[in-house]
Design a protein around this ligand. Sequence first.
Ligand SMILES: Cc1ncc(COP(=O)(O)O)c(C=O)c1O
Length: 370
Amino acid sequence: MAHVTDLVGNTPCITMQNISGKYANLHLKIERGNPAGSIKDRPALYMIEQAEKMGKLKPGDTIIESSSGNFGISLAMIGAAKGYHVLILVDPKTTQANLNMLKAYGAEVIVVQEKDDSGSYHKTRIKLANELHREIPNSFRPDQCFNPTNADAHYNITAPEIASQFPDGLDAIVLAVSTGGQTGGISRYFKEHYPQTKIVVVDAIGSSIFSGDEHGYLLPGMGLSWTPTNIENINLIDEIYKVPDESAFIACRTLAKHEGILVGGSTGASLVAALKVAEAEEMKDVLCLASDSGERYLNTIYNDDWMKSQHLNLKADPETLLKEVKQLTVYSQQPTKVANYKPYLIDTLESPSKQLLFERGSINHIKEYV
Ligand SMILES: Cc1ncc(COP(=O)(O)O)c(C=O)c1O
């Protein structure tokens, strides 16, 4: 008999029919097909299963994580299925829809109110999650921003699955970035097995994963104020883009209205970069990971009143989208020059993944780029 967690992975790929690159077919891997509705089910399940195998997690234990969205929802779903108590630290930016979802799965939610020195809540949330982990007996911290097992999930599962779906190869894979799990794992696998596939990574303007000015942005599920350790070898990235909120949202709304595909903001951002990448003649097949569904953003990206309140363009048609693509320029093709690793954060935030990062040599590796 199947268990709900058996539904994680094996997501379909589709090819866009009305929006295509100048030369390339654009494909989307539809991660909403995972049971809790996003790609984060993959690292959540993988990390939980690894912890179970290592005896770090047994039924009745508490899983503690900092997440404003998808990863927390995935943990809450798996926790409900497997009998774990799940405690998620969110912040005031977390949408009501996500809070409702966490609660529906029975998770306990703490809303962190204090901003960190970058103006976001990431560091405050992570530090508090680590404190709670030390205080609460029988607790497990997946630690998605530092634990390299996050990237391992994509290296061992997502990336081979992609490769098997494109037996004739892919010219480029476009990935949105936050904890670096997708980027770290998929770039490692493809550079080992299919080095000709270009790895294109997309961040939000205002995030400093790849250095640059830090300021607020609206894109959900993207960005961080340092290069996460999950991107253990930044050299494996070929091209980096920083996409404006408005372009990403125009892409989402155009995709919904002209392809019938409802995606989240990070997919919209990836699509803008994919269309840019697809301007090169050699690009025949380009894949974007559609990490979650637009249903999570009906009150924001797909709500005209919200868009107007943020002074964003309501137009949603292929011409407007292509104008946005025209304005986009590559941010960097030399990732080591824009690396923003902050290994001291492992100590400042008291990450429980420190020992693992040392054992794997990750800390020495990233120090080369500091
Ligand atoms: C919708 C969405 N897209 C993309 C990402 C980025 O993935 P990663 O954290 O593996 O870098 C996330 C992460 O939270 C996400 O929720």
